[in-house]
Design a protein around this ligand. Sequence first.
Ligand code: ADE
Ligand code: ZN
Length: 340
Amino acid sequence: MSIITLIKALPKAELHLHIEGSLSPILMWNLAQKHRISMPYNSVEEIEQAYQFSDLQSFLDLYYAGADVLRDEDDFYRLMKDYLDACDRDNIVHAEIMFDPQTHTNRGVGFDVFMPGFLRAIRDVQENRGMSVKLIMSFLRHLTEAAAIETLKNAEPWYDNIHAVGLDSSELDHPPEKFERVFSMAREAGFKLVAHAGEEGPPEYIWQAINLLNVDRIDHGVRCQEDAELMSLIKHRKIPLTVCPLSNLKLCVIEDMTEHNIVDLLNAGLMVTVNSDDPTYFGGFLNDNFIALHNALGLTHSQCAQLVKNSFAASFLTDEEKRTWCNAVDKLLEQTGSPV
Ligand code: ADE
Ligand code: ZN
């Protein structure tokens, strides 16, 4: 079986996906028409052409502007439904999906609008397809910790539907230590914890996410390689890194995919996983990320299988669910006679 066929056939988990970053240009266009919102684009093609970024901030400016077309419950249903349909195409059987409440509450769109939309789409796929989904509520780190605490409180009626809390948006000048108290409150409320760190920010931010926020996973974390002591800690504590290759390329974290360090991190024994981050902005969903790694770095069948097994091991599924999916990966490799 060719590696491309294997990538497509393997059941996978995606752990680092911003639902607002899966808004397609066509849906953005249609929702702008529906709500009579004027945009600085005259066509869907013009939206696509605007997706050229020089760094994280240049992307975030477009991403927040794009999210403004999401106004009513049905828009959020459509957004989630589109991503879950893409999961079906890529054989993603489990997804842990981030959403940014403050991107919406700050423009007057409340939890009572977006949560029912998200949950209706999720319920559909859980019933019809057996796919599992967990939601991660992310705080915007360019805003204050007080605003994050208020968001945590406003989310209370929805706690049963939220599995984890995260931290995203502009990394530089917004270190994890700024959010120590709200992360401690979230942990006491029973949430799992993740945080973006070491995407553009220095290894020090990864140290802070681990030591001050007590995160269960690091989102990105690729800059850990600059600090041998940190690498060793991440390895021995088996702290997962949710790496996003096409995102790193599009946001100029690397200049060329051949420079990506995910295979080095994997070979060094770190629990790294492959993810799409904001697929409609970065030119590819999950399988495209695996294929890009294979094309640039010659990702092998066994490396690919290891990354996929890591995606389950690093998830918030139960140990039994993790075992079931990892066994399914092994069985597929055996059946197809894939080299391991
Ligand atoms: N929000 C959406 N995508 C992000 C990324 N790659 N880094 C930080 N915040 C984000
Ligand atoms: Zn991200």
